[in-house]
Write a protein that binds this ligand. Structure first.
Ligand code: 4NP
Length: 159
């Protein structure tokens, strides 16, 4: 399968989408090996600029590190319309992200690139990755588990 470009999107780009990017890269590397995995383009972004330039939330970093994945080098940035040109797939964490990203679509093929991340695990259910920002540690572990499972399911389709 030829390499793909995938952007993971949430609201702040400090909690869910950095975990999605890190967990997906890890799963991709396990499957394809570092050389082939390195040909894929992976990134994450937020529909807001609230945390632009910041590192992932310490609780997100801890949740992935517990599973051997280091996301500390990531920095938050806002989603921009040009991302529709750069990426084949725009993976959103919830329906609110979906609406916000759709509103920036300019070309007819743009909206078709947007997918709910959990659609691969729960087809047709419109399930969100719950925003863990105002909750406790358990929410972050739940996010990790949901994203790890969804990553495997998308990889079943893409590789
Ligand atoms: P994220 O979580 O969208 O998963 O990065 C949030 C982070 C920050 C805020 C909301 C959600 N905030 O309102 O600052």
């Amino acid at each position: 399968m030829s390499p793909r470009s995938i952007l993971f999107v949430c609201l702040g780009n400090i909690c869910r989408s950095p975990v999605a990017e890190g967990v997906f890269r890890h799963a991709l590397t396990q499957r394809l090996g570092p050389e082939r995995a390195g040909l894929w383009t992976l990134d994450s972004a937020g529909t807001s600029n609230y945390h632009a330039g910041e590192s992932p939330d310490p609780r997100s970093q801890a949740s992935t590190l517990r599973h051997g994945i280091d996301i500390s080098a990531q920095r938050s940035r806002p989603f921009e319309a040009m991302d529709f040109e750069r990426f084949d797939f725009i993976m959103v964490m919830d329906s609110s992200n979906h609406v916000n990203v759709s509103n920036l679509a300019e070309a007819s093929d743009h909206k078709g690139k947007i997918h709910l991340m959990l659609d691969a695990s729960f087809p047709g259910e419109n399930r969100p990755v719950p925003d863990p920002y105002y909750g406790g540690e358990h929410g972050f572990e739940n996010v990790y588990q949901l994203l790890a499972e969804a990553s495997e399911k998308w990889l079943d389709q893409w590789t």
